[in-house]
Design a protein around this ligand. Structure first.
Ligand code: AVI
Length: 321
């Protein structure tokens, strides 16, 4: 197949920059095309990927306490969700809000338009009277554009440990942007995966069925499909590693031999040494002390931490100062 040279898209620019850097890297935000979305849905159902089940149980157990500031006031509010995905966990909160007769508009933000379309259809079936305004795009753009209604109280959701996919510096930047988009007294409910037995963490990113491997490798398939690359996926190994000090679980794709890859859409040949890595993802874990620091640095106070019994995961309720 012929590919027009396309350096116009953000994806093309980032791939070019990442694969020509001294330490090769690709951003995990590009995992999520149609196939990536399906693979991530599968990951969330894996027994090793404890994050989803833990957060599910937290939201179910503490929904009343979490939503209390909004249940009692009777005022309309905005419920803005960063990285809504399939909304499965959020539905627990949505159902509770609906049953309590709350007046709110739900603004799910996601980089994947496909996922948002699906979510909207789904929610319209389950909650026909719900006001829902999906926002397709990056968090950064959504926070700049602020399409939600002004003059209302806001509850932002940033669930699923999505903040863990930013290193600490970027996480503080992102949280400050959220804080700037909020008014004093508004809330942010944010999910963090907590530091724990390294083996448990590593298994979550290295499941025996290889779903996470395929998810990681999907970024190369995407370059092949969208930019005319000729990556041979069999020549790359999925390699997650966890550093208990930084709390970073970092995923790599390791070139198993010396090779040349051509990306015709970028008019580029990329050379790999044997055992050379491409860094693709960081999934950062925190402890409670680090959470307190993060909240303070970004203009929030922690109202309460809602944790599962094993203290694997927390949904932390923060209030804008
Ligand atoms: C979306 N994000 C929080 C997931 C994580 O745990 O970092 C993505 C993921 N990567 C591998 N497995 C799941």
């Amino acid at each position: 197949m012929e590919y027009a040279i396309n350096t116009e898209t953000e994806f093309a620019r980032d791939v070019l920059e990442g694969l020509t850097a001294t330490n090769k890297h690709l951003s995990s935000k590009y995992f999520y095309d149609q196939r990536g979305d399906v693979l991530f849905q599968k990951i969330m159902k894996l027994p090793e990927y404890y994050l989803t089940q833990k957060e599910f149980s937290i939201l179910d157990q503490y929904k009343d306490a979490i939503l209390q500031p909004f249940l009692s006031s009777g005022q309309p509010f905005n419920l803005v969700e960063m990285g809504a995905g399939d909304g499965l966990k959020t539905k627990i909160l949505l159902r509770y809000l609906q049953d309590s007769g709350c007046n709110y508009t739900y603004y799910p933000i996601d980089i994947s338009g496909t996922v948002l379309e699906q979510l909207k259809c789904d929610l319209k079936q389950d909650f026909p009277s719900m006001c829902i305004t999906p926002i397709t795009g990056t968090y950064k753009r959504a926070l700049e554009e602020q399409k939600w209604e002004e003059g209302r109280r806001n509850l932002f959701l940033f669930l699923g440990a999505n903040i863990g996919n930013f290193d600490r510096e970027l996480a503080v930047n992102m949280l400050r942007r959220i804080s700037e988009a909020l008014n004093a007294g508004d809330y942010l409910l944010i999910g963090f995966d907590l530091k724990k037995d390294p083996e448990v963490i590593l298994q979550a990113y290295n499941d025996p069925k290889g779903v996470t491997r395929d998810f990681n490798l999907n970024i190369l398939s995407r370059i092949n499909k969208e930019l005319g690359g000729d990556f041979d996926l069999a020549k790359f190994k999925h390699w997650p590693m966890y550093d208990p000090l930084t709390g970073e679980c970092r995923s790599y794709l390791i070139s198993m031999e010396t090779q040349k890859v051509t990306i015709s859409g970028l008019d580029k040949e990329v050379y790999f040494e044997k055992a050379e890595p491409i860094h693709t993802e960081v999934s950062k874990k925190y402890n409670n002390y680090e959470l307190g620091q993060l909240a303070e640095e970004s203009g929030f106070v922690i109202t309460r931490d809602f944790e599962d019994k094993e203290h694997f995961f927390t949904d932390s309720l923060w209030q804008k100062q």
